[in-house]
Design a protein around this ligand. Structure first.
Ligand code: KG4
Ligand code: ZN
Length: 357
């Protein structure tokens, strides 16, 4: 067996400055030789969310030391790495350019292959670092920036089955938390409060529940939380609101996953399929339990990548780099960073006021 490929991955699309080195293993999965992630939660707490300019400045300050640490931790020498992969989009352009340009500079100086990675492809392929999964598989990505159902047909082959038409699910958790006085990022705290509340206490709306295929919407839910949060009578009602919000999200995800599974199974043989759930919100135990139950009922094996591969990281970028490189999908150094870069270019752009679906 020849030398296995090792790639440096760099990720700065939002509020994590990350670098990692991943090497292929003989069994087709990957070994994470280093995985350095510097989160900017403290920097953004005061603002209640990610501020692009603040995030970009933090990336500029940290990028060099994070990459150096990733190389050092891996015990490899940078000259022995087979290629560089960096996130080119989608994301905040002022943030993306920091890591992307650093990756290009390293590739240029070392004369190594360069792969421009779509952040969503990083998430989509990430479970393959730790376990062998056959294409095609169904992916639900639920993070602070994205909420999508994707059919992962192979490397560079994606079909978007559904997407949020307004807020991402993590954003909905964070905004709900903020309205209840919880610091950013509030998702974990909402889950904690929900344990102490009655999930049937408040009746909250489920926008486009029975229409729009497996597209999702959370803006109306947030507006309802805003209204109720102003009328809360006591501490206990806060817990009820957190629990009712979480229950509504669970119901929405259950309903929409059923639709996505049906779409996914169209024109496919009835064999056992895989359902991957990734993104920071996948850490929520209530959501996990429910999706596992549903997957089993529908004859899908549920896969949750470990939390450090679910939330934003550079190991998934290095891995996507390896997978693309093996398919000769190498880019030149003129490749631009892109704020908007849908994985499935044929999918319609579903956002904006007045949208009817
Ligand atoms: O994938 P991720 O780590 O980062 C980006 O989106 O960039 O996702 C972060 C999101 C945040 O909105 C956070 O509030 C949410 O995931 N989150 C949760 C939980 N843990 C993290 N939401 C609900 N329940 C949780 N336990
Ligand atoms: Zn992400």
């Amino acid at each position: 067996m020849g030398q296995k490929l090792a790639f440096l991955g760099i990720e700065t699309s939002c509020d994590e400055t990350a670098a990692s080195i991943v090497q292929e293993k003989n069994d087709g999965t990957g070994e994470i030789l280093s995985n350095v992630v510097s989160s900017q939660i403290e920097e953004h707490k005061a603002f209640g969310g990610v501020v692009p300019e603040v995030a970009a400045r933090a990336h500029v300050e940290k990028i060099e030391s994070i990459i150096k640490k990733a190389v050092k931790d891996s015990k490899l020498k940078i000259k022995d790495i087979d290629g560089i992969a960096a996130t080119a989009g989608p994301g905040l352009i002022v943030c993306l350019t920091v890591g992307f340009n650093a990756g290009k500079a390293i590739a240029g100086v070392l004369k190594k292959p360069f792969v421009a990675v779509n952040h969503l492809e990083g998430h989509a392929l990430s479970p393959k670092i730790i376990q062998k999964i056959k294409f095609p598989y169904l992916l639900l990505l639920i993070s602070g920036g994205h909420t999508q159902f994707l059919e992962v047909g192979g490397v560079n082959n994606y079909k978007r089955l559904g997407t949020t038409i307004d807020d991402a699910l993590g954003e909905a958790f964070d905004k709900t938390a903020k309205l209840m006085g919880i610091e950013f990022p509030g998702g974990p705290k909402v889950e904690e409060w929900a344990k102490k509340g009655d999930e049937n206490y408040f009746k909250l709306p489920k926008p486009i529940f029975k229409k729009g295929g497996c597209n999702l919407s959370f803006a109306g839910l947030k507006t309802a939380v805003l209204r109720i949060s102003k009328e809360l009578k006591n501490e206990k009602e806060k817990y009820h609101l957190a629990a009712s919000f979480q229950k509504t999200v669970v119901d929405i995800l259950n309903e929409k996953t059923k639709v996505a599974m049906k779409e996914f199974l169209k024109n496919k043989e009835k064999e056992k399929n895989t359902f991957v759930i990734a993104g920071g919100v996948a850490a929520n135990l209530k959501i996990r339990e429910n999706l596992i139950k549903l997957a089993k009922e529908k004859n899908f094996s549920p896969v949750f990548p470990p939390v450090n591969l679910c939330s934003d990281n550079a190991a998934m970028i290095a891995w996507a780099g390896i997978e693309r490189y093996k398919m000769k999908l190498v880019d030149n150094l003129e490749f631009p960073s892109k704020a908007r870069w849908p994985l499935d270019a044929s999918a319609p752009f579903l956002k904006g006021p007045g949208l009817k679906i």
